[in-house]
Design a protein. Structure first.
Length: 190
């Protein structure tokens, strides 16, 4: 059997032994998946490539600690990529961020500028009213998602777990939909 056909855990053992051929095959086999996962977190191709490269270096340095009984080689490597991606997100966040400062945040405010927009577009009035009924944590997550932030980015900005960010966005959307539809019903009711 050639090194090109070797199972993943054999390649990791080759990394631990310093086998250059095993290292080349390992990188060829996992580079695109590593870059793809890092890109999902970072949204920046160059940063994703840097994270993937660092993950490969760490895999090479720590290949001796890999234990196939605890998981597959791909899971082990992608966990390294995930952790490095989260570290990169934390490092790139220089200051606390207030999602209420986003341009779309005026939908949740009562101000003359927002009121002028509301007069021009009745739908904005309904959305603003519905958005005001959504709890503040969910409203912040919704505003960031509306502005184009991914759930990963919302989690990083708010310093919360990814699952919590996803739940806040989803729960906020459900509450927003219910409140919006209730306002429509009130307008239609005689």
């Amino acid at each position: 059997m050639s090194v090109f056909d070797a199972p993943d855990d054999v390649l990791v053992a080759g990394l631990a032994a310093g086998d250059a051929d095993a290292a080349r095959v390992f990188v060829d086999r996992f580079a695109s998946r590593s870059i793809g996962l890092a890109y999902q977190f970072l949204g920046d191709r160059a940063a994703a490539e840097d994270v993937a490269q660092e993950a490969m270096l760490r895999a090479w340095r720590h290949a001796g600690s890999f234990d196939a009984r605890r998981g597959s080689a791909s899971t082990w490597l992608l966990t390294i990529v995930r952790n490095l991606s989260i570290d990169a997100l934390r490092m790139r966040r220089p200051q606390p961020f207030d999602p209420m400062s986003l341009p779309v945040a005026h939908l949740a405010e009562e101000s003359p500028a927002a009121e002028h927009v509301a007069e021009q577009h009745e739908d904005v009035v309904r959305v603003r009213g519905a958005l005001a009924s959504v709890p503040i944590e969910q409203r912040r997550a919704l505003l960031m998602a509306y502005a184009g932030f991914t759930a990963h980015e919302v989690a990083a900005v708010e310093s919360i777990p990814l699952g919590t960010a996803k739940t806040r966005i989803r729960s906020g959307m459900i509450k927003l939909r219910v409140a919006y539809l209730a306002e429509l019903d009130e307008e239609v009711a005689p």
